[in-house]
Ligand binder design. Structure first.
Ligand SMILES: NC(=O)c1ccc[n+]([C@@H]2O[C@H](COP(=O)([O-])OP(=O)(O)OC[C@H]3O[C@@H](n4cnc5c(N)ncnc54)[C@H](O)[C@@H]3O)[C@@H](O)[C@H]2O)c1
Length: 423
């Protein structure tokens, strides 16, 4: 068993720390956010992530998981230091490495000899060198070990990964990192740092491409009178294509795809390649936000000033509380900017969002609304009382941007129903 420091306790860091403690390692998680650390020390989980609370409590009770303020306090005694800090989009589209550099500078002076620093944050090619420079240590190896977890099933994904990617120049360090994943069965790809870093961006760019592709096909379906559900099904049974990520919707968002696609375009540009395909993927996504906003406007009869919209779903996808770059919010903001009045409900119970009234009941969200907009695919929206919804609204119109609802049941109650990619 090893001593691991995890720097950053967000979606990736907290999952990494809790899962490594679960498989038996001794883990100290550090964050700069003192309030968050105090809550974690009490076993309170600041994010919504299935199973994370039980795993954190198990780690604390078993004495294998603890939380401290400040990266140096975690790293002083560790064999491995995992960097799980943000890499947001910089002003020019590239990844901003300032958090990574700051964390590396903090731990550099205190790391024991022969410790391994592992980059789990999503970082562009060349970042291993950036970390090495910021650490200022020649006796410490730096390894890339990108994370592929999905929010909403992060624990499952960490413990049952499709693959583990390790990029290192020092093969001994790569072997030591792969040994941390004891009991976790998955193909391990050991490669150089540049390839490991590229795998992560290429994977996210490809997934975003699949979504933009199916959204574009959905637009064609609407134009030619085809049904995207059947089209996607017919495509997905081809094992070369697969069903995953072939669901049309309001567009992709979240904390990763928007910044990672733009960073990949930028990485390619800096290296002299014009990644037109990926630029198109980004454009299609932005157009999709407008297409859904226009659909809502259209079903309302084109009169947006003072239009009351009841919205279900604010998170960027279901089973998370993450609102970062959520297409649901972006669409609603575009409507508000044009004069609509929006009242929204989301099962994750978010705090206020500028320009949008957030309520804690799905029926309250539609009261007095003339259009219902379903924007995030929370299952519970399927089971709501349609008659009650109809009675509360001033007009029976629904835009189902996830093709989630029972279309026939809404139509039976007199609703004008608009999905994505189908009549
Ligand atoms: N969220 C995902 O689904 C996901 C999946 C795969 C990879 N990633 C990548 O992982 C990285 C982290 O993402 P996240 O969503 O967990 O971020 P996050 O914003 O949820 O968490 C980052 C945490 O790091 C802390 N932090 C910042 N600087 C610090 C420092 N110097 N010392 C200690 N703590 C510090 C912040 O306070 C915050 O709690 C990013 O590069 C992201 O692209 C994210």
């Amino acid at each position: 068993m090893s001593k691991i420091a995890v720097i950053g306790t967000g979606y990736v860091g907290l999952t990494t720390g809790a899962c490594f403690a679960h498989v038996g390692h001794e883990v100290v998680c550090a964050d700069v956010d003192e309030t968050k650390v105090r809550r974690l020390q009490r076993g309170e989980i600041p994010i919504l992530e299935a199973g994370l609370d039980n795993l954190v409590r198990e780690g604390i009770d078993g004495g294998r998981l603890s939380f401290v303020v400040g990266a140096a306090n975690a790293a002083a005694d560790c064999e491995f230091a995992y960097l799980c800090v943000p890499t947001p989009q910089g002003a020019d589209g590239s990844a901003d490495l300032s958090y990574i550099e700051a964390a590396a500078r903090e731990i550099g002076p205190v790391l024991p000899t022969e410790a391994v620093v592992v980059n789990k944050s999503t970082v562009p090619v060349g970042s291993t060198r950036v970390v090495e420079r910021a650490l200022g240590r020649s006796d410490v190896a730096v390894v890339s070990n990108p994370e592929f977890l999905r929010e909403g099933s992060a624990i499952h994904d960490f413990l049952n990964p499709d693959r583990i990617v390790i990029g290192a120049e020092d093969q001994g360090a790569a072997v030591r990192v792969s040994a941390l994943y004891l009991g976790i069965t998955a193909p391990v790809i050991v490669t150089d740092p540049a390839s490991a870093e590229t795998i992560k961006y290429a994977a996210n760019a490809f997934l975003a491409t699949k979504i933009s592709f199916i959204n574009a096909v959905a637009a064609v379906c609407e134009a030619v009178g085809a049904d995207i559900k059947d089209v996607a099904l017919g495509m997905g049974y081809d094992t070369r294509i697969g069903h995953e990520f072939l669901k049309p919707g309001p567009g992709w968002g979240g904390s990763c795809f928007p910044k990672d696609t733009r960073a990949m375009v930028r990485i390619a540009e800096d290296a002299g390649y014009d990644f037109n395909l990926l630029k198109g993927v980004v454009t299609v996504n932005d157009e999709q936000l407008n297409r859904v906003a226009e659909k809502i406007l259209d079903v309302a009869g084109g009169q947006i000033e003072g239009l009351r919209v009841g919205a279900w779903g604010l998170t960027f996808k279901a089973r998370t509380d993450d609102l970062r770059e959520s297409p649901s919010i972006e669409i609603l903001k575009r409507l508000v900017a044009r004069g609509a009045v929006v009242r929204a409900y989301d099962p994750s119970g978010p705090d206020g969002i500028e320009g949008i009234e957030v309520v804690d009941d799905p029926y309250a969200a539609v009261e007095g609304a003339s259009v219902l907009a379903v924007l995030t695919e929370w299952d519970e929206f399927r089971w709501l009382d349609i008659d009650k919804v109809a009675d509360l609204m001033t007009a029976r119109k629904v835009v189902d941007a996830r093709n989630l609802l029972d279309r026939a049941a809404y139509v039976r109650r007199g609703f004008e129903y608009r999905g994505i990619g189908r009549a």
